[in-house]
Design a protein around this ligand. Sequence first.
Ligand code: AQP
Length: 350
Amino acid sequence: MAIIERVFSGVQPTGNLHLGNYLGALVNFVKLQATHNCIYCVVDLHAITVPVSVWGGPDELRRNTREVTAAFIASGIDPKKQIIFNQSQVAEHAELAWVFNCVARLGWLNRMTQFKEKAGKDRENASIGLYDYPVLMASDILVYRATHVPVGEDQKQHLELARDIAQKFNNDFSESIAAHSKSSEGFFPLPEPVITGPATRVMSLRDGTKKMSKSDPSDYSRINLTDDADAIAQKIRKAKTDPEPLPSEEKGLETRAEADNLVGIYAALADKPKSEILSEFGGAQFSGFKSNLVDLAVAKLSPIAAEMKRLTADAAYVDSVLADGAARARAVASETMSAVKDIVGFIHRK
Ligand code: AQP
């Protein structure tokens, strides 16, 4: 089985899909489909790693799964050319995760900062699923032997873990892999993170030191993909800034987290480098810059919100996209899993 270039990424159906998810991940998902075969997954198994009271229960999970699927399509991913599906429909994700649980080391997982942040002080009460999240994520990627993973900067450490797991599997089973694939190439590729663009880490609109996040209690901290034009305008106008005018060069943003964030958002929405935005707005006051940002954000995001609304009203269509995507995903995943069983030594029906 030769390794071919393939893109995989996932988004959790945990509600409040926001501008950070859009600029850090979805925009790059859309761009990559011009050059790669892409698999985009609504990672519902990951969503249930937090308490039920947080993910909202079965009705909420179904609603959020359809909403993320709608966001994929509304952002411009073509479900006929690429694969869009929800994780729980392809059992091989969980199956490979078990094998990887036996490859990954406790010490590796103990270093994961996202677990520490999400578990907080009450670690003893966190689910085992939350602790094991990065292993399931490695399996999500590697069950398709994906080579490129577009993500926001916060996922970099998890990608490194996926590479470590792939490498250790390749080493632990090197003889068996050579016998199976009659090649000295490792079985799993070491997946590369694709973290690009001027907004790989979009920050809260209320505090430039905190990541824009679904779980922030303040709705003013984020722009949701479902926000209407009035909400977008209000949130941008209220966004925290400082009293200085905008600088004309990027180094002038270094100690100004909120200004840096708004310029990054503008640049990403305009698909231009930050330097170009600063040469246009350098010396301007925030009030004028914010008005331009409101116009740009509304122009870019309103059509997406409208299309999401149209799609989520048609649950049967969305579910058919997921079922079709899952069937195509399963075809690839089952081939990998069959090879993994041979490599590890599990007897199975072929
Ligand atoms: N603020 C962000 N800036 C850039 N990229 C971001 N991503 C998330 N937040 C930002 C990227 O979005 C993709 C999908 O994320 P996810 O669904 O796995 O959710 P998450 O990272 O857990 O999102 P949140 O908002 O950060 O949720 P909570 O509040 O629960 O912690 C990923 O590629 C991610 O990098």
